[in-house]
Design a protein around this ligand. Sequence first.
Ligand code: ZN
Ligand code: ZN
Length: 308
Amino acid sequence: MRFELTLLGTNSALPAYGRFPTAQVLNIQEKLYLIDCGEGAQIRMGQFGLRQAKISQAFISHLHGDHIYGLIGWLTSLALINRQEPLDIFAPEGLEEIIRVQLKYTGGLPYSLSFYTIDPSRHSLIFEDKRVAIFSLPLAHRIPASGFLFREKEKARNIRPDCIEAYQIPFQAIPGIKAGNDYQLEDGRLIPNADLTLDPPKPRTYAFCSDTAYHEPLIPLIQGVDLLYHESTFCDDLVDIAAETGHSTARQAATIALKAGVARLVLGHYSSRYPSLEPFLLEARSVFPNTELGVDGASFEVPLQGRG
Ligand SMILES: [Zn+2]
Ligand SMILES: [Zn+2]
């Protein structure tokens, strides 16, 4: 029952110091969701052993090149390995045009590719399947940009094995009890569901806050998430440039994490002005101690937890 983020690229703008532009993969119960697709994303997927065939949905935050220039190469490589399964891409308006014109002149795809336009100005449900619901998160950037909130679906209740034994519950009755039904014995007695089952683990959450200036309206939308990735393009020495370019500093990312009461913060989207990432970590931890540096290839798992 994995819920694990792997970072494929953590730099902003251009690749530098071994850091690729933004791309991530979130593994939820062995299904993979691609988040942004900067140049070289497919190279990183291969290096980090991620099974591309398990990706059916990609979520693109905005149309700056460092978040999309890996797409056409990846889509074409999927064709070369003879993908047949459909692929869905969720992105702000314009991406479909960009990709379709490239495919028009470079060749088609053997699989079906569908685009779904998201409105970066709205916080709304954009996709759900049996594992997860995914919401857009309006950001404050130079062009329309959306973060994404991944909220795992509530799991079925856990039936107590001792009750199956004690009440001789037949196999056919178990799905109903897991869904919350009471159970009636042959003598007519009704056993309440609360006596038969235990709470399922808590649904896990991940918020991806891609390129954005310091933006307090995010705080209620990501309140209490298990894992927050928040861009930190600069440190506080360049706070003015951060504001001018629609980016955040490490201190600002940590302040959002603190105010939103998240469990864990991961930094990324570093400017190429910084060869070393240590200043980001020190600055963020002075505000929010449970911060970690995102680096290419790092994985962050959110374990299952009881409701305690
Ligand atoms: Zn960027
Ligand atoms: Zn950007």
